[in-house]
Design a protein around this ligand. Structure first.
Ligand SMILES: Cc1cc2nc3c(=O)[nH]c(=O)nc-3n(C[C@H](O)[C@H](O)[C@H](O)COP(=O)(O)O)c2cc1C
Length: 339
């Protein structure tokens, strides 16, 4: 079935602007977009040149990032008055095609309106690696974040203090292993950029955070062998609030679902004035990833730790313009892809 009218350039641009605002591991932005001129579906592919062979050999973090971008496309489509239909891994013959988003028609008066606060949160969400105030997040907000993860096909576990300490301990162990692994450190370091660098990818030094003076919070050290770039240590919140995002299967489509859930949770938090940051180090070592799973839960496949709370905003990271080369309604022979 086709949409009622070909997508116009402004609509496509708004979908792609939302897509590329998504978080991605090391800001690799591992996605490519193409508008299929026939079906008017936005095709989302992985970008094989922007992977992390050592820390993400299975591409799970890449799928999480792409899933987050797909969630933003859905929100932007609804914001523009369209009904989006998302298909994950739609073509077994083309494993690099991770998702399609087809706009099946205009939203009607009876359609459930989506929360406009979520769409607005897309541009306001930034990773904040600074210390938070430690003010507890009210339970109803945590419940909304948990419900958001469920609605997107994943689960969010928000542990009490002992559980939080356990997850941070495992993350600290992963951080120590990363530190002792020169090749991994070098891989991470290649995605750190100098202020004003002429690139749309990677994390500017200005968006990094300080280490925790109390060594309770295992923030990722992106500077590796260049300690001169490290900020002076600061005191982080004493009672860290984290949530573990997990799914009950561990297939490629689950990784994409987890990515959508991740973004749903982050935007829900942002809409409530929270700051968030991500701790993925433990997921990069199979035994430590397993150690973050809920004890006694056989089908808990962890994906990422989300730290949340009140505090300062994060520094800005750049984006490569995702919209330039997609030609709405272009004839098949000239349809182009963009990164
Ligand atoms: C799968 C995934 C893993 C991430 N892991 C970490 C991490 O371990 N430490 C960290 O500080 N940020 C992590 N991030 C956040 C990215 O560095 C961040 O999204 C990217 O630099 C873009 O910045 P923004 O979130 O402010 O838009 C991760 C993001 C994703 C999607």
């Amino acid at each position: 079935m086709r949409t009622q009218a070909p997508l116009d350039a402004a609509t496509v641009e708004s979908l792609l602007t939302a897509a590329v605002a998504a978080p991605s591991i090391h800001n690799t932005q591992p996605w490519r977009f193409r508008l299929d001129p026939g079906s008017q579906a936005l095709e989302v592919r992985s970008a094989p040149e922007r992977t992390l062979p050592l820390s993400d050999p299975m591409h799970r973090a890449q799928y999480l990032s792409v899933g987050a971008a797909v969630f933003n496309v859905r929100l932007a489509a609804v914001h523009q008055g369209w009904r989006p239909e998302v298909r994950l891994l739609p073509d077994p013959r083309e494993p690099g095609l991770l998702a399609t988003v087809r706009l099946t028609g205009r939203l009607g008066a009876d359609d459930q309106p989506s929360d406009p606060g979520l769409y607005e949160a897309i541009a306001r969400r930034h990773t904040s690696r600074m210390p938070f105030t430690g003010r507890p997040v009210p339970e109803p907000i945590v419940a909304e974040m948990t419900a958001a993860a469920c609605a997107a096909g994943a689960r969010l576990h928000v542990p009490h203090r002992a559980g939080t300490r356990r997850l941070l301990r495992v993350t600290a162990a992963a951080e120590a292993r990363n530190h002792a692994h020169p090749e991994r450190t070098a891989e991470t370091r290649t995605w750190i950029t100098a202020p004003g660098a002429d690139t749309g990818y990677g994390i500017p030094i200005t968006a990094l955070g300080p280490p925790d003076a109390a060594a309770r919070m295992p923030v990722r050290d992106f500077t590796g062998a260049l300690p001169a770039l490290r900020l002076p240590a600061l005191w982080f919140e004493r009672h860290v609030q984290v949530a573990l995002l997990w799914t009950s299967h561990d297939r490629r489509e689950d990784w994409l679902r987890a990515g959508q859930a991740l973004q749903y949770v982050l935007l829900t938090a942002t809409a409530h004035g929270l700051r968030t940051s991500l701790l993925h180090q433990a997921m990069e070592w199979p035994d430590l990833r397993a150690a973050t799973a809920l004890p006694g839960h056989k089908r808990c496949h962890p994906h990422i730790l989300i730290r949340f709370g009140y505090g300062p905003d994060g520094g800005r990271t750049p984006r490569a313009p995702g919209h330039c080369a997609v030609r709405p309604a272009a004839p098949p022979a000239t349809a182009t892809e963009t990164s």
